[in-house]
Write a new protein. Sequence first.
Length: 157
Amino acid sequence: MARWFRLSMMVSVLLVVWGFGQSSSVEAQVADGKGQPMRFTKAANGVISDSVTGLEWYVGPNHDNTWHEAKAWTENLTVGGGGWRLPTVPELKAIYQKGASPNNMDPIFQTTGAYVWSGQLNNAWSAWGLAFYNNLEGWHSMNYGYGRLALAVRSRK
């Protein structure tokens, strides 16, 4: 009986250790200061999960990007198994949080700019995006890159 008890305790310890190893990829807090679950969590590979929309996000190169550069970057992104794309304007609006940070998005995104390209075209030479400083959508020439950021999005894997 004592041998069975020791064996079951060892198995329990191993399962607990294995469980901690499995969850160690999540870096962000799992609850806010009021005990509520956090909306966004960030894995060690940088993938941000949104518990409200079910989408996953990845912050792009934190510098000026033309629409063409942003689109190429998302299409070639292989982090977390790939499948990334530029977001739609409604998807961008869904992560807008007035006052959450200087850029009005959750600080977990850690971006320096406040205008993000979408994958939606306005016409053959311009594309839509969202200005996070005022939550207004607008379009710009696809070749314009000053102050334009890229975020990649995908459905949760």
